[in-house]
Design a protein around this ligand. Sequence first.
Ligand SMILES: Cc1cc2nc3c(=O)[nH]c(=O)nc-3n(C[C@H](O)[C@H](O)[C@H](O)COP(=O)(O)OP(=O)(O)OC[C@H]3O[C@@H](n4cnc5c(N)ncnc54)[C@H](O)[C@@H]3O)c2cc1C
Length: 340
Amino acid sequence: METILFLAHPEADGSLAKSALEALAATKQLADSLGAPFSAGLIGENPGPAADVIATSGAVKYYTVTGPGFSQARYVSDAAAAEAVCRASAATIVIAPSTSRWNRVLPGVAHRLGGRADTHVTGIASQDGKPELSRWFYRQRMEGVFSRATRPWVLALEGGIATAWQGAPGTAATEPISVSLPEPRTRVTGFESPASDQQTIRPDAELLFVTGAGWTKKQPDGQVKVAEAGTIILDFLNLSRSSLGSTKSLVDLGGEGQEVLPFLSHMNQVGQTGSTPRHAKGLSTCCHGEEPHTVGWRFIGERRAISLDANCGWSRGKADILYVADAFAVMSKVNELLAK
Ligand SMILES: Cc1cc2nc3c(=O)[nH]c(=O)nc-3n(C[C@H](O)[C@H](O)[C@H](O)COP(=O)(O)OP(=O)(O)OC[C@H]3O[C@@H](n4cnc5c(N)ncnc54)[C@H](O)[C@@H]3O)c2cc1C
């Protein structure tokens, strides 16, 4: 019989993130369908309160690794703690949310345990009493459903694939695991992140707003209007709170030293060699809609585009609605209406 372990780390305020509660729900569902027990492993400075939050989840045990050395994301401490909990629980299947912290250590933990890891898991189920998972391959073009015989099998679950676990809090009888760490060579001294109004990538936004190279091209009046383009785009982002995507051509221009939009980086690039974001709606502007770009729109629900070119890629079945119009004019008007 399988023995399942759910792994999580509390956030700085001691709570469990939504992605952790989603992974817990998926763990519970798998355990129920396999008729297998599951336990929880919580790693952090003081994970007791987080264990109490999920005390009624049905986990048979609540392992904790506690101490200031485990508060921050650091490979040596996270991997040692996860390995110790996996060994203590004798887990054959280990499930954790795909946080950057877990993604970094789980393959190494699986290696130490002689098991296998699969990351970016987008579905988990059981078939004939065996666990099966799904994930995407070849830059999200093919979905694979598969199982493995190797144990332990360590899985990092993508966010949004399960409904977050909800239940009454209680008092969890925790089982502390002692982990001795070597003198750490890595010390986390703090975080540096841009101000929230400079954060243009917003995975939770309803709308993906894509900017193409057309914003920086000579316009029908013979002028290049990069500064105006920047103002229109930022105004729209601030008013709509949408997430900013870009074509490769536009983000590449910066690397070539051309006048570009300073708030764009390769992190914004959507497409074959960029990201494949998930949003309910998408609006593309000044973009030609070529396949290497539109393939990144695979998970966008309703797609609209604004291009001057009636014969662009969007018009060939890539968009639900194509506005053949000047994006400068359309987006200025949209901003005006949103501001009201
Ligand atoms: C191996 C490979 C991988 C690639 N990977 C990616 C990828 O991951 N992502 C990606 O984006 N691309 C990728 N590309 C590049 C891709 O093929 C295109 O070259 C790129 O997407 C084109 O960007 P664009 O549409 O912004 O620019 P352009 O092709 O220059 O199109 C600009 C468009 O803006 C329109 N326009 C101009 N002014 C206005 C205006 N005022 N109002 C409205 N419309 C206007 C023009 O009519 C034109 O259609 C890849 C290419 C290769 C070969």
